[in-house]
Design a protein around this ligand. Sequence first.
Ligand code: BJW
Length: 254
Amino acid sequence: MYQQIVILTGAGISAESGINTFRDQDGLWEEHKIEDVATPEGYARNPVMVEAFYNARIAQLHDGKVTPNKGHHALVKLEQEFNGELLIVTQNIDDLHERAGSRRLLHMHGELFKSRCPQSQQTFMLQDTFGPEHTCTCCIPAQRLRPHVVWFGEIPIGLDRIQDALDSCDLFIAIGTSGTVYPAAGFVDTANYHGAQTIEVNLAEADRHSKFQYHVQGKASQRLPDLVNHILQGRKVSDLSCAVTDNLIGKGDI
Ligand code: BJW
């Protein structure tokens, strides 16, 4: 039985709820230049365009068709029924984990429904959408509120808490993330270093150079319910046979 689990989620877990990922076909980075919409420099150059990018994503989340999927719900079941420590670290800025019912959750790249004062760093719940009329109540003169998201070159949120959890976890699960963006992409190294079992759930096939010991290929919504049941039965991911293909590290091949 595991004692401490850390789960990292990425855009793939929300894909089946209708939210585009970043780097897959039709992903957000196909239509938008990263340096324009996901850097502080891009925002400084053209705040109106960046706000429009986030306002469109807010509108999508308000669309009644976007709801949490079975992957999000499986993680809620794990949180509610697992007796040990558990932390879900999400790179996603949507609120689908919360809507499903997850509470032990940390948004390391920020939250779409919050804004932040660029001077005091105080956060505010976003009432509506971003725009020049949205100013802070903490400074004189009032500052234009920016999206509460972590852009390239900025320091992610909650790294001390994440580091503590990774240092002592015995299971690390990464779900629906391409592992291209650091520091999140390096969490598996920390977990491996501390002796945790590490497993990835992804639509894509296992990468030959993957750092994960185990790989479950498939849609998060289809694979997570079984994986969660397996863990709640007190079994190790290393016991899985058909559901999990032992990855190269697990086999000692490399
Ligand atoms: C499914 C599925 C289904 C699909 N089921 N799976 C050179 C080397 C190393 C690092 C750097 C470097 N140069 C610069 C850096 C640092 C930089 C970085 O990592 N750059 C890389 C691109 C190289 N990182 C940063 O700048 C970060 N800050 C930082 O490093 O600070 C310094 C510091 C750190 C620590 C201590 C002290 C100092 C900040 C990164 C901020 C990232 N921000 C974004 C935008 C957030 C706001 C927004 O949403 O608009 O975060 S970028 C974007 O990528 C977003 C995501 O959270 C993030 C990760 O994407 P994700 O989730 O992995 O999505 P995809 O699309 O890439 O992958 C989807 C996956 O799902 C795929 O694998 C599919 O197969 C799978 N999938 N459907 C299961 N149904």
